[in-house]
Design a protein around this ligand. Structure first.
Ligand code: PHB
Ligand code: FE
Length: 327
């Protein structure tokens, strides 16, 4: 694996008016419809909407757990402090043909370049976090920017949404309207009658009301934290913009409507399962797969993550199984 850290950008150099970006030996440029990615032994093209939705998650989630596959070829692999940008690394055809390429970067340096690219390549009116029906199109020549949309921060509670001092707005405090798909969701908040002295400990909020007002899709917020246990609820519509290859088990609890999951082998991309989850269904995603969800209508999903930073090593060394239960 080559190690380069040079990240530079060039001035507008094509008719579309976007900047081109050099990240190590990767060259990235966009035109009216596509992102073009070149590396020393190959090149790739992706529809710009697919690319920007994936790039937005990569930036917002700081490379996330494990692998972010933008598609079957291009993505990033998080080593927590440093990160690989790869092409064909998790694609058996590229691997067997010796056509894969991977390069290691300091995480902060690469992130700065990716943020710059997201900002330059996102036009006014286009919101990569939004469902396709709730945003303008991303295509065409360079036209303004949308900094307010792309710099949204995820809600990350320290304890739980609604606990005094957590500084996280409850659903009725965000100012976001109820989404068109969730107009029937009860907006009342629970009445809490705590014993004197326990007012800071006994808390509650309506998670359904909270999610009904989410203005983004496929962007989990951390709503409760108990040691390494993170509850990350999210509202979903259309397609999870990445094929996520996790480095630990994660749980899904489908809170409303339905999501269809494509589950593939993490290394090769070979298909492994189709999982259709309807309201009330619970599934554990193994630590050796990649997955992508398809939500035909806006739905609510609870992603339950284990943030223990030793887990990837424990699983990689075979000291813990890749599934939560062996029957
Ligand atoms: C996941 O990769 O597990 C994931 C990411 C974002 C979501 C839901 C699931 O909104
Ligand atoms: Fe995942």
């Amino acid at each position: 694996m080559a190690t380069h850290q040079a990240i530079s950008t060039s001035d507008p150099d094509n008719y579309s008016g976007y900047r081109s970006f050099k990240m190590g030996s990767f060259d990235l440029r966009r035109d009216e419809y596509f992102a073009h990615i070149d590396w020393p032994n190959g090149q790739h093209v992706m529809s710009i909407d697919v690319f920007l939705r994936a790039l937005q998650r990569t930036v917002a989630w700081n490379f996330f757990y494990g692998t972010i596959n933008f598609d079957a070829v291009f993505g990033t692999l998080n080593h927590y402090g440093n990160v690989d940008m790869f092409a064909g690394r998790f694609n058996s055809g590229y691997r067997e043909g010796g056509a894969d390429y991977s390069e290691n970067f300091d995480s902060d340096q690469l992130m700065a370049g990716l943020k710059d690219m997201l900002d330059d390549w996102t036009n006014a009116g286009y919101d990569p976090f939004a469902a396709p029906m709730e945003t303008d199109k991303p295509y065409g020549r360079k036209n303004g920017d949308n900094k307010a949309a792309i710099n949204r921060l995820r809600v990350t509670a320290e304890r739980m949404v609604g606990v005094p001092g957590d500084a996280v707005p409850r659903s009725d405090e965000t100012g976001h309207p109820v989404n068109r798909a969730f107009l029937d969701v009860d907006q009342s908040e629970p009445i809490i009658e705590a014993e004197p002295g326990f007012e800071n400990e006994v808390c509650g909020f309506s998670l359904f009301a909270y999610l009904s007002r989410s203005d983004v899709t496929w962007n989990p917020s951390v709503c409760s934290v108990l040691r390494d246990s993170l509850y990350c609820p999210t509202s979903e519509e259309f397609i999870l913009p990445i094929e996520h290859g996790n480095d630990r088990v994660e749980w899904f609890i489908q809170l409303s409507d339905e999501i269809h999951w494509d589950v593939k082998d993490r290394e090769s991309g070979a298909p492994r399962a189709k999982v259709v989850m309807r309201a009330g269904d619970v599934a554990a995603m193994p630590a050796d797969i990649r997955h992508q969800g398809f939500s035909p209508r806006r739905s609510m999903l609870l992603v339950w993550e284990n943030a223990n930073s030793e887990l990837p090593g424990i699983i990689a060394r075979g000291e813990a199984p890749v599934v939560p239960v062996i029957f």
